[in-house]
Write a protein that binds this ligand. Structure first.
Ligand SMILES: Nc1ncnc2c1ncn2[C@@H]1O[C@H](COP(=O)(O)OP(=O)(O)OP(=O)(O)O)[C@@H](O)[C@H]1O
Ligand SMILES: [Mg+2]
Length: 340
């Protein structure tokens, strides 16, 4: 079976073809960084326009790379949510139009389920149940993944997501986007001086939620107070901020694993490409005989392959598939509310 994956939840246009025998046979992403960098954040209207401009050329490119024709595609999977409504509508409308004209089924996919399942796409040794930490631009969530489509959110961010906080502080430090990567690069230049930034919401043993806005304000005050033109001080801030975030994520994940008692831990989403985070998570959890799994670096951020894969698993499971031309988008769709 071959499935075309279409991802347009936010700013990146991701298109891929996944073959259930061969795996990913083509995967291309058009990144919109240059467009939004000018404004210091994503401008939804510009994101939708760029998707509209790039989506068809990207689909053609993916077919060229895969060396297959459209009539070899068995199903189209598209991101129905969560995300920006204008961006989601481009992917949804095009998916429905192509599916209708090619006469093939269309499977909607939850974007966060796409991130969650990515390590399974590459590693067949992972199976349900497992615990997952989803750390991306707009989400920080701990998930009890019971089975495909059956997810319980054990904890989530009450305000800024971890990626969002990294991006905001990176901007204030004049580092640019993606903030997490830039902060990480700068942190490496630090001489291991830790400024002991607070770890948010770790005192209450039972709490699995996150709140990074207080830490963000604390760091903003430090930036105002200290001389960030001094490269060493700037590197100290980056190091201490990154450390406070990683340590907090580890504490909460440890608590979640005590509840779920799972032996497999998936860490996924854009922030999971952070090497320091991977090193520390491996060190803490592998010692406790918990297996840690991450996506490969190029599949951490948004891409069409994760949508094609999640779409394929759900399409195969869904025996009562009905062709439906209604344009379905769900900007606030929670992973725990999936009902295909
Ligand atoms: N090496 C890195 N270290 C830490 N964070 C990183 C790194 N590389 C990218 N990021 C962060 O990853 C985030 C983007 O991830 P992703 O593409 O999964 O988010 P999104 O799709 O915008 O949000 P969501 O999936 O929640 O809708 C950005 O906040 C970016 O700073
Ligand atoms: Mg994402």
């Amino acid at each position: 079976m071959k499935i075309l994956g279409i991802e347009t939840s936010c700013d990146d246009t991701g298109i891929a073809i996944y073959d259930d025998f061969k795996g990913i046979i083509a995967n291309k992403t058009y990144k919109q960084n240059k467009i939004h960098n000018l404004y210091g954040g994503i401008v939804p209207e510009l994101a939708s326009r760029a998707h509209m401009k790039n989506i068809l050329p990207l689909i053609k490119e993916v077919f060229r790379i895969a060396k297959i024709s459209y009539y070899e595609i068995d199903c189209i999977a598209y991101t129905a949510g969560p995300g920006l409504i204008g961006s989601l509508l481009i992917g949804a409308t095009l998916s429905k139009s192509l599916g209708f004209s090619w006469g093939i089924p269309i499977q909607e996919v939850n974007h966060m389920e796409g991130h969650l399942l990515t390590p399974m796409l590459e590693n067949k040794n992972i199976s349900f149940p497992f615990t997952a930490l989803l750390i991306s631009g707009k989400h920080t969530q701990i998930i009890k993944a019971i089975d495909l489509g059956n997810y319980e959110i054990l904890g989530s961010s009450l305000d800024d997501a971890v990626g969002e906080s990294l991006d905001k502080i990176a901007k204030l430090l004049g580092l640019g986007y993606p903030g997490g990567k830039k902060i990480s690069e700068l942190a490496k230049k630090n001489n291991y001086k830790n400024m002991n930034f607070p770890k948010p919401m770790v005192k209450n043993n039972k709490n699995l939620n996150f709140s990074f806005s207080g830490l963000k304000t604390f760091v903003i005050n430090k930036i105002k107070e200290l001389n960030i033109n001094d490269y060493k001080i700037k590197a100290n801030i980056a190091y201490s901020f990154e450390k406070a975030i990683i340590d907090t994520l580890i504490i909460k994940t440890q608590r979640a694993l005590k509840i779920t008692k799972h032996k497999n831990l998936i860490i996924s989403g854009g922030v999971s490409s952070n090497n320091k985070l991977r090193y520390k998570f491996n060190k803490v959890f592998n010692k406790k005989k918990i297996n840690t799994f991450y996506p490969s670096y190029d599949l951490c951020t948004d891409n069409g392959a994760m949508i094609a894969y999640a779409g394929m698993l759900n399409f195969k499971k869904n025996k009562n598939f009905k062709f439906d031309l209604k344009i379905n988008v769900k900007p606030k769709w929670l992973i725990s509310d999936i009902k295909y």
